[in-house]
Design a protein around this ligand. Structure first.
Ligand code: ZN
Length: 234
């Protein structure tokens, strides 16, 4: 049994190292991920704003053209007003001029509304374009910087996994399974010392009979409170 406990303790050491290595890997990769997300977000906003800007410019052009056409039509009608003598026709023409004027006023308001915010939009587009270039440069530098570290960490993780496989092959399947569950549920402490008659995992005082049994190391014992695998080492 002593051997089994020793194997479990070694396994726990390896598993903790693995956990640390994996955490370093994910925190290193996390920084690059964050930079990548930032770049993508800026790029997306830039694309959207540029599209908007193009569409607004098109609308402005169209509105201005309609305005010019409206003005030409008004001039035309006014010239005819000077030539017409018939009252009924005069009234009809005057009415047409009024409605053309109304329409032009509406178009002018539209053109103004389209012009509004143009400056802010142009400025934001410039800002975003600069930000995209900057974050792409930063991202490339960060990727280059961590490439070596990532490689090294992956190598260490692969080595540790092999070590783990070797040791766990020598542990009975059901015990290993139980260990794995406790390790993941009990914050990386699955095998705990019972020194002083207390489970060092959860600090519970163990029944004296159980503590005696643990010290003999004749079989595997579990803490009645936290289920951790217990051993004794004074
Ligand atoms: Zn316990």
């Amino acid at each position: 049994m002593r051997e089994e406990i020793t194997r479990l303790m070694s396994l726990q050491v390896i598993d903790r190292q693995l956990q640390e290595l994996e955490q370093s890997l994910s925190s290193i990769a996390g920084r690059v991920e964050q930079l990548r997300g930032q770049t993508e977000q800026n790029q997306a906003e830039l694309t959207r704003l540029t599209e908007d800007d193009k569409q607004i410019a098109l609308n402005r052009k169209k509105t201005e053209k309609e305005l010019a056409e409206g003005e030409a039509r008004i001039r035309n009608k006014r010239m005819r007003l000077n030539l017409v003598r018939n009252d009924k026709e005069l009234q009809a023409l005057a009415h047409e001029v009024d409605s053309l004027k109304d329409n032009n006023q509406r178009l002018e308001a539209e053109a103004l509304a389209l012009m509004e915010g143009q400056e802010a939009r142009t400025q934001r587009i410039e800002e975003l374009a600069k930000a995209v270039v900057a974050s792409k440069t930063e991202l490339a530098a960060a990727e280059k910087e961590i490439a070596g570290q990532v490689e090294e960490l992956r190598g260490s993780i692969a080595k540790k996994r092999l070590e783990r496989e070797k040791i766990s092959a020598e542990i009975p399947g059901n015990l290993l399974q139980r260990y794995d569950i406790i390790f993941s549920r009990r914050a990386g402490l699955a095998v705990a010392n019972s020194t002083g008659g207390t489970c060092q995992g959860c600090r519970m005082r163990l029944p004296p009979q159980l503590f005696n049994e643990i010290q003999k190391h004749l079989q595997i014992h579990f803490c009645p409170n936290c289920q951790r695998i217990l051993y004794f080492e004074p």
